[in-house]
Design a protein around this ligand. Structure first.
Ligand code: FAD
Length: 409
């Protein structure tokens, strides 16, 4: 080796902050940006949308996610998230089947299970990422910047307008319809509709509480209620300081729902929704009838085969790009947050750029099995209910939260 070669290779091996390009400013991408900035790295985020009208309704911040956010100094209670305090399961006709005191369980879990509004969570993650701290610069976030191509070997991305950027690492946090996934071996997979749709909307809790008939369903703060039919279910929980009720109504695939490539924003039809659920308890139907017709959205639930490998050279996937979950356990956001923090642990300060591919492999190795199991639980919980099928739902929940015990009092 010549002296020049030796100096060049030493210079590129030098431990210095990594230049990390993040594709997608969703929950996973923004959390990764904040956590990796804390490790001293130099981050840039590329987001396809304008992020001007961020959408979504409520999202679970289960103890596994909430604890990690707290370690980043993010306390979701400060922007309206409320703790989940009770779980009530009904049959379709409104008889209580089971009730659990989660207030007690929340004391045992290290961190409470919170119900947040996705828009509030997203807005606050974006604010934290794009604000300078005493020791760290604001993270540049380029909106209207759709990434069209990724080269994993050189950690390069090309935007739709042809501009190119090069880094030491590229993180694909570009959600369920990820383009970066295609740059990973075996990642040429597409999320598919597999037979279920969901209506989603919010109702003011005050409107529900002021009606003496529906008031009894909403008396308890932080209560998650589920009405189970055979192939349909109604899920209700409060968010935004217990002022708003979030509804998700799952039912066999609805042709009026958005096509599979347009998952979140399609207008739903309130009357059609009430018709689909007309065999359910009249009290819950009365409450559903309080939805603002314009607020009802409908989408087809997406699932995908397992991505065998989440990393390739200098590229790694996280969140829905790596493992789109069906929504039945509310773990999509939580596991994206876990992935983000794991990347920040693996890409610790002081590593050299040549170590990156091996460290991304390590990230894959420590995360893949856990996420795949949770993906499987989410499928199982969403299956139609039959009397002879007993699912260990609370065993799943313990696994997700990393706890051995479930308080069943
Ligand atoms: P996401 O949060 O989906 O973020 C992916 C981001 O990547 C998006 O901002 C997207 O615009 C961007 N992107 C995609 N392709 C490209 C590209 N080629 N170049 C640049 N950027 C790109 N979950 C719930 O539980 N409740 C909800 O109400 C809810 N609403 C949602 C509304 C929207 C609009 C979205 C996008 C997701 C919603 N989710 C909701 C899903 C939930 O937020 C995610 O499942 C979870 O947080 C995983 O996060 P993620 O970062 O992997 O993906």
């Amino acid at each position: 080796m010549t002296a020049t070669q030796s100096i060049t290779s030493h210079a590129s091996d030098e431990a210095r902050p990594l230049k990390i390009l993040i594709v997608g400013a969703g929950i996973g991408g923004l959390t990764a940006a904040i956590a990796l900035r804390n490790q001293g790295h130099d981050i840039q985020i590329f987001e396809q949308s304008h992020l001007a009208t961020e959408t979504g309704a409520a999202i679970h911040l289960a103890p596994n996610a909430n604890g990690l956010l707290r370690r980043l100094g993010i306390f979701a209670e400060q922007f309206g998230a409320n703790p989940m305090e009770r779980l009530t399961e009904y049959n379709a006709t409104g008889e209580v089947q089971r009730q659990m005191n989660l207030k007690e369980a929340n004391k045992r879990w290290q961190h409470p299970w919170l119900l947040a509004h996705r828009v509030d969570l997203h807005r606050n993650l974006k604010r934290i990422a794009t604000t300078a701290t005493k020791t760290r610069d604001a993270i540049p976030l380029r909106t209207a910047s759709r990434v069209a191509q990724v080269v994993a070997e050189t950690a390069s991305i090309t935007l739709e307008d042809g501009s190119q950027f090069h880094g030491d690492v590229v993180l694909g946090a570009d959600g369920v319809h990820s383009a970066t996934r295609h740059a990973v071996p075996g990642g040429q997979l597409k999320a598919e509709c597999r037979g279920k749709s969901a209506f989603r909307f919010l109702v003011s809790k005050e409107a529900a509480a002021n009606d003496p008939i529906t008031a009894k369903l909403v008396q308890h703060p932080g209560e998650l209620s589920i009405w189970y039919g055979n192939d349909s279910r109604i899920i209700m929980y409060p968010t935004s300081d217990n002022t708003v009720l979030n509804f998700v109504l799952i039912h066999p695939e609805d042709e009026s729902a958005a096509d599979c490539d347009n998952s979140w924003g399609q207008q739903g039809n309130l009357q059609k929704m009430l018709q689909i659920f007309d065999k359910f308890d009249p009290t819950i139907l009365r409450l559903l009838g309080k939805a603002e017709p314009q607020s009802v959205k409908v989408w087809k639930l997406l699932d995908m085969d397992i991505v065998p490998q989440w990393h390739h050279h200098r590229l790694a996937l996280l969140g829905d790009a790596a493992h789109p979950f069906l929504p039945h356990q509310g773990q999509g956001g939580a596991v994206a947050i876990e992935d983000a923090i794991s990347l920040a642990v693996v890409l610790s300060p002081g590593i050299s750029t040549t170590e990156v591919p091996e460290l991304l492999r390590l990230y894959h190795d420590i995360r893949h099995e856990r996420a795949t199991r949770i993906q499987g639980f989410s499928r199982a919980i969403g299956e139609d209910r039959t009397d002879d099928k007993q699912l260990d739902i609370y065993g799943f929940t313990n696994f997700n939260f990393g706890h051995d015990e479930w308080d069943n009092s």
